[in-house]
Design a protein around this ligand. Structure first.
Ligand code: GRF
Length: 201
């Protein structure tokens, strides 16, 4: 399976996926491009260090649709079959979602549908939940809304700051995202309505 990864920053989830592919944990797969909407994303360097083609495509004052069209073209040129969003901080246009139907995944640092959008860890602390976590889901037209592939719970402690909770959740994000991509690569899951279920043999 040819994988393209979109990032905006640090890229630790991207690195987890790249390394899992290089280590053969995600079978018969290759990360063919890492694209950032920010020229200075740390993740671009981390991808290069692992010999993965990586480059920025910035918005440059264009519309979302024009920007996305350039990204779609680069992904299609490389035969990408799965697009993984990994800390990609832009909403995708409908055109983007239609170009890769049920073939775009995202990781979000909360137990969806709670705490969608920015600063999910801070939202969780301010709400007072005792358990939060992370979610890998397919991407649809609504923010942090698509069918859920996998979730992992993480305890929220009394003295947590948003930064401390974010770090605790991040420790689990990498394994969760790798496991989800592995199941997709192995053809082990299917979407029924908005439920992601294991394929029965
Ligand atoms: C992660 O917390 C992820 O859940 C969220 O953005 C952050 C990206 O971190 N969508 P990284 O760039 O993968 O290190």
């Amino acid at each position: 399976m040819k994988i393209g990864i979109l990032i905006s920053g640090r890229g630790s989830n991207m690195v987890a996926i790249v390394e899992a592919v290089l280590d053969g944990l995600i079978p018969d797969s290759e990360v063919v491009a890492v694209i950032s909407d920010k020229t200075n994303a740390e993740g671009l360097v981390k991808a290069k260090e692992r010999s993965i083609e990586s480059f920025p495509i910035t918005r440059k004052g264009r519309t979302r649709e024009e920007h996305d069209a350039e990204i779609i073209a680069e992904l299609e040129k490389r035969g990408v079959e799965l697009v993984c969003l990994a800390g990609y901080m832009r909403l995708l246009s409908s055109e983007f979602i239609r170009a890769f139907p049920n073939r775009i995944t995202n990781i979000h640092p909360s137990l969806l549908p709670s705490f969608k959008g920015l600063d999910a860890q801070r939202q969780a602390i301010e709400y007072g939940v005792k358990v939060s976590g992370c979610t890998v889901h397919f991407v649809d037209e609504d923010l942090d809304h698509g069918a859920i592939i996998a979730q992992k719970t993480v305890e929220v402690k009394d003295d947590d700051t948003a930064e401390i909770l974010a770090a605790r959740i991040l420790e689990h994000e990498h394994a969760l995202y790798v496991e989800a991509v592995k199941r997709i690569a192995e053809g082990k899951i299917e979407i029924v309505g908005r439920r992601v279920v294991s394929v029965k043999n």
